[in-house]
Write a protein that binds this ligand. Structure first.
Ligand code: PEP
Ligand code: MG
Length: 613
């Protein structure tokens, strides 16, 4: 988690009252966000964006004064951006909440300009030779003390003003220190964890048994954080503006991940409805549980392979319970997250061995490192060239980065090859855009295999298949050429939609434009699928689309017979498969592919999907 994601006012001090505190009145308050992971939870809020521990006092030498002042100016500018961004989100809140919050945020923005706080801190840096954060803290305390000492009967008002100064100071300090948030472990069991932002690396640290639900201000439905939350089966609402300002630690709340709603201080009626929802949820789970042992077979006897995506090993038990036929996408990024060095070959072997052995003879498709894009580059292990350009998603991402840093790819290939004889392994290359990338990766792959054999390692006689992700429009349109180099395709609809529509999958402001049912995305999927089928090459879909039961008729109709999704979606997708006839699906897909309006497609899919759901 970033120290302070955009749009998050720092934790409100306990003494703050009046305008700020009025948003905390115990009246029921409903907040809306993006429905990311279904499930109803009644629990207590655990705000993880509380102020960090006191930053140690630090002096600086004369020659650092200007540098410290620049740091302060930068942190103020960044903080202003954060608060302004939050302000733009207010429009989705109920009017009453907007009226409460707007003046407060305006006051913050003023304080982050040429305010007494910033002028004073700047002066202290030079006069007292203090670090920027120490100067900010000292100046804020001095201003707060002055405010509180004023002769005024409105003590609540004084407290509020002092609290606001301290709050802004905390925001500045947080941005100055960029202290990574690391208190996810202390979350009380059953809590609803809220935060300004949760990165995929943070999500990897969550304990699914403890954290009952997650809600954040930032984030979209198909970002990696969302994917991980779904995979862990943690009900979640992301992109919920005003959340961290409205809720505080200990508040009772109901989170409905399917509806994208959080109700703070629920009244009797809301609580009763939530309890009813919980009972229905338990019944539905029991019903879907019964599907586990039944085949994923259409009414006319067509087998469909339903596999699981795995982001962290903690999901393995969920995968076993879901009745997955193997892992269709093992995202190996988790191995590189939350650590300062690179995992060496042996450490990787251990990680892959655990997973491959746990899956027995079921296929395990291991995707080599897909670093870059929105995947939390701050946490990037040392030694990997971090994409630093203005557009990381268009930069050194996935296979591009690995070919630039072949030692990394060699090590990962070696580790995967060393466990390949233990099960049924396949290897997948991310972010391929040109056939040559597959050819180059294969050269390295075969070289590594030869070296391992010379070293006396046990390798399967036939090397595991080497496949390509089809997740850019370039790859989809060149699928016929890439098919000549790759052994299989996995269509990554998350990135395919992002790159086709030029919409960042984790960016809330454009979330409404992110639409995998856009005809452009569907046509690319169709083209790539047909290119594979012509060569009788295995092709699957492993983006989030694959886990949506309503989309199953369309995917089957396009000719796909292998879907990989978060484990918790498998039962419902299986239920959909078992209700469908392939000829109906093919007819339906033809009808969809004739449409040009995404809204019309969504309507058709909804209507047909209802039958299957
Ligand atoms: C995709 O892009 O659809 C995909 C499966 O890869 P990831 O979500 O890991 O980028
Ligand atoms: Mg992708």
């Amino acid at each position: 988690m970033k120290t302070e994601g955009p749009g998050k006012p720092a934790a409100r001090p306990a003494e703050a009252t009046g305008r700020a505190a009025r948003t905390h009145r115990a009246a029921e308050q409903r907040l809306s966000g993006i429905a990311v992971s279904p499930g109803i939870v009644i629990g207590q809020i655990h705000d993880t964006t509380q102020a960090p521990a006191e930053v140690p006092r630090r002096s600086v030498t004369d020659d650092r004064v200007e540098a410290e002042r620049t740091r302060l100016t930068d942190a103020a500018a960044f903080s202003r951006k954060q608060v302004s961004k939050l302000k733009t989100r207010l429009s989705v809140l109920p009017e009453e909440a907007q009226e409460e919050l707007e003046p407060l945020l305006d006051a913050y923005i003023l304080m982050l300009g040429n305010s007494r706080l910033l002028r004073g801190a700047r002066k202290r840096i030079g006069d007292e030779l203090l670090s920027a954060e120490t100067a900010v803290q000292d100046e804020a305390e001095a201003i707060a003390a002055l405010i509180l000492a004023a002769k005024d009967d409105d003590k609540a008002g004084l407290n509020r003003r002092a609290g606001e100064v301290r709050e802004i100071a905390r925001r500045l300090v947080r941005n100055l220190t960029a202290t990574p948030f690391r208190s996810l472990k202390g979350v009380p069991a059953g809590a609803i964890l809220i935060s300004d932002e949760l990165t995929p690396a943070d999500a990897a640290l969550l304990e699914p048994g403890r954290v009952a639900a997650v809600a954040t201000e930032e984030g979209g439905a198909d970002g990696h954080t969302a994917i991980m939350l779904r995979a862990l089966g943690i009900p979640a609402v992301l992109g919920c503006p005003g959340l961290t300002t409205a809720a505080r630690r200990g508040d009772q709340a109901v989170l409905d991940g399917g509806a994208g709603r959080i109700t703070l201080h629920p009244g009797a009626e809301a609580l009763a409805a939530a309890k009813e929802g919980l009972a229905a949820q338990a019944k539905e789970r029991a019903r879907l549980g019964k599907l586990r042992r039944l085949p994923a077979e259409t009414t006319d006897g067509q087998q469909v392979e339903l596999q699981a995506n795995l982001e962290i090993p903690a999901e393995l038990p969920l995968i076993a319970n879901a009745g997955a036929q193997g892992i269709g996408l093992l995202r190996t990024e988790f191995l590189f997250m939350n650590r300062e060095d690179l995992p060496d070959e042996d450490a990787q072997v251990e990680a892959y061995r655990r997973i491959v052995e746990a899956m027995g003879q079921d296929p395990v498709t291991i995707r080599v490192l897909d670093w870059g894009g929105e995947k939390d580059m701050e946490a990037l292990a040392q030694g990997v060239p971090v994409p630093t350009g203005p557009n990381p998603a268009l930069g050194l991402r996935g296979i591009r980065l690995l070919l630039k840093k072949p030692e990394l790819l060699e090590e990962q290939f070696a580790a995967i090859l060393r466990v390949a004889h233990l099960g049924n392994v396949r290897i997948l290359l991310p972010m391929v855009t040109v056939p040559k990338e597959v050819a180059q990766a294969r050269e390295i792959y075969e070289r590594v295999a030869r070296r391992l054999r010379r070293r006396g390692e046990t390798l399967p006689e036939k090397l595991p298949p080497l496949g390509a992700m089809i997740e850019t429009p370039g790859a989809a349109l060149a699928a016929d050429a890439i098919a000549l180099e790759a052994d299989f395709f996995a269509i990554g609809t998350n990135d395919l939609a992002m790159y086709t529509l030029a919409v960042d999958r984790a960016e809330i402001d454009v979330a409404h434009l992110y639409d995998p049912l856009h005809p452009a995305v569907l046509r690319l999927m169709q083209f790539a699928t047909e290119a594979a089928l012509r060569l009788r090459m295995p092709v699957s879909v492993c983006g989030e689309m694959a886990g949506n039961p309503k989309l199953v008729p369309l995917l089957l109709g396009l000719g796909l017979r292998s879907l990989s999704m978060n484990a918790s979606s498998i039962p419902r997708v299986k239920q959909a498969v078992r209700s469908l006839d392939i000829d109906d699906c093919a007819r339906f897909a033809r009808r969809v592919m004739e449409q040009s309006d995404p809204a019309r497609i969504a309507q058709l899919v909804e209507r047909f999907g209802r039958k299957a759901d």
